[in-house]
Structures are given as structure tokens and as C-alpha cells.
Design a protein around this ligand. Structure first.
Ligand SMILES: *C/C=C(C)/C=C/C=C(C)/C=C/C1=C(C)CCCC1(C)C
Length: 242
């Protein structure tokens, strides 16, 4: 009995008000479940859609692995796992740009469009990392966050009104409506991240967002965007089978 109690004492416990730890844990499970779902559904689709579904699964799988590490990092250090967070994003966000390209490929999307979106997303993330982890004093976070926000804005513009939008229009039908939904994810779902950034860094905005917990906001954003994005693509593949 005493041995058992000793064992219990070293089993890590989570405080009931540890929302960050809790959302890392649940996020990890959700990403794993979503990955299993996308991978196992692969064989039920036409080869035309398999790459898109595979990428959906890769996005949630890469996130699941990072969430495993971030959950552990938080449990050990009780500080934000900023480095793992941005490594995760710099792998998964470009893959989300690839999804835009893949669903519009049949309508004539070029690799150039894909690389443009990937480039903009990397600029958005690298400048965000600089503001959050490197130049994170004085006006650093606000300035680097602004640079990141501009790149984000250009992505939004490109998919809503630029070349990608025109291709979606010419494709019509299920592809056009899936593109529209993905555009809404980028406009609304991705807008969650700058709020997390302002909650976690110091700047003119601290009085407004300072009371919020950055990692909880990022974790909610990731669950909505990574799993949601994948489901839109899954839905498109299902609809175009009919
Ligand atoms: C799966 C992860 C996703 C979809 C991550 C998206 C991240 C962003 C859209 C981050 C954007 C940022 C800004 C627009 C300004 C402040 C810095 C960032 C990097 C948080």
C-alpha cells in the first residue's frame, strides 16, 4: 500500500484551474483523433481527392505530435512552449496553403499561387516569432506583430479577391463553396491568433487583452482551424462523389 501511495505521488496531476494544461491535453487528443479519421477515410475516396485528404491528416498529425511535446513542456516548466508552437505552425500553415492549391488545381491553379501563399505565411510566422520570442521588449512586439498582420492581410486579400478567388469562381459548384468556407476560416478563424499574441506580449494593447491567457487562445484557434479546415476538404471530397 505504501508503495502504491508513493507511486501515486509521482503521477503528475493537473490543477483544476490549469486551463492551459487542460487545453494542451484535450488538443492533443483531438488532433490524434482527427488524424486517425482522415487517414482511415483515405481509401474511400477517388484518387483525385486523396492528396487533399492526406494533407488534412498530415496537418492534424503534425499538430498532435507537437501538442504531445507542448503538453509535456507546460507540465514541466509552466511557461509557454513558444519554440514548439512556431515549429508546428511553420510546418502546418504552409500545408494549409497547399490545400488551397490542391482544391483549385483542377480549375487551373499554378504552383506560383501556392508558393506565393506559402511565402506570405512564412513571413507572417517568422515576424510573429521575432515579436514573441526575440524582440519582445519595448515596442518590439507591436512592430513585429504589425509586420506579421500585414502579411496575414495580404493572404486574406489573395484568397478572397485575388487569383485564387477567380479560379474558385471559374470552378463553381462544390469547389467554389469549399473555397469560400476555407476563406472564412482564414478571415475569422485565423484572426484568433493575433488576439492570443496581444494577450501574451506587451504593447499598447495590453490593457485590452492582457488579462487573457495566450496559450488557451492559441489552443482553441488550432483546434478550430486545423480540424475545421480538414473537415471542409473532407466534405468537399464527399460531396463531389455524389
Ligand atoms: C494551425 C495553425 C494556424 C492556422 C496558425 C495560424 C497563425 C496565425 C494566423 C498567426 C498570426 C499572427 C498575426 C496575424 C499577428 C501576430 C503574430 C501572429 C503570428 C500570432
Amino acid at each position: 500500500m505504501e508503495k502504491f501511495l508513493n507511486f501515486m505521488a509521482v503521477v503528475p496531476e493537473m490543477a483544476t484551474d490549469d486551463y492551459v494544461g487542460f487545453t494542451f491535453f484535450v488538443g492533443c487528443m483531438a488532433m490524434m483523433a482527427a488524424s486517425a479519421f482522415f487517414f482511415l477515410s483515405l481509401s474511400s475516396f477517388d484518387s483525385k481527392w486523396r492528396t487533399s485528404i492526406l494533407v488534412s491528416g498530415l496537418i492534424t498529425f503534425i499538430a498532435a505530435v507537437h501538442y504531445w511535446y507542448m503538453r509535456d513542456y507546460w507540465a514541466t516548466n509552466a511557461t509557454s512552449p513558444t519554440f514548439f508552437r512556431y515549429v508546428d505552425w511553420v510546418l502546418t500553415v504552409p500545408l494549409m496553403c497547399v490545400e488551397f492549391y490542391l482544391i483549385l488545381k483542377a480549375a487551373g491553379a499554378t504552383k506560383q499561387l501556392m508558393w506565393k501563399l506559402i511565402f506570405l505565411s512564412v513571413v507572417m510566422l517568422v515576424t510573429g516569432y521575432l515579436g514573441e520570442a526575440v524582440y519582445n521588449t519595448g515596442s518590439g512586439p507591436a512592430l513585429w506583430g504589425l509586420a506579421s498582420g500585414i502579411a496575414y492581410f495580404v493572404i486574406v486579400y489573395e484568397i478572397w479577391f485575388g487569383g485564387a478567388a477567380k479560379l474558385a469562381q471559374s470552378a463553381g459548384g462544390a469547389v467554389e463553396s469549399a473555397h469560400k468556407t476555407l476563406c472564412k476560416f482564414v478571415l475569422i478563424g485565423w484572426a484568433i491568433y493575433p488576439i492570443g499574441y496581444m494577450a501574451g506580449t506587451d504593447g499598447w494593447y495590453s490593457g485590452i487583452f492582457g488579462g487573457l491567457e495566450m496559450d488557451v487562445i492559441y489552443n482553441i484557434g488550432d483546434a478550430i482551424n486545423k480540424i475545421g479546415f480538414g473537415l471542409v476538404v473532407y466534405n468537399l471530397a464527399v460531396n463531389s462523389k455524389k
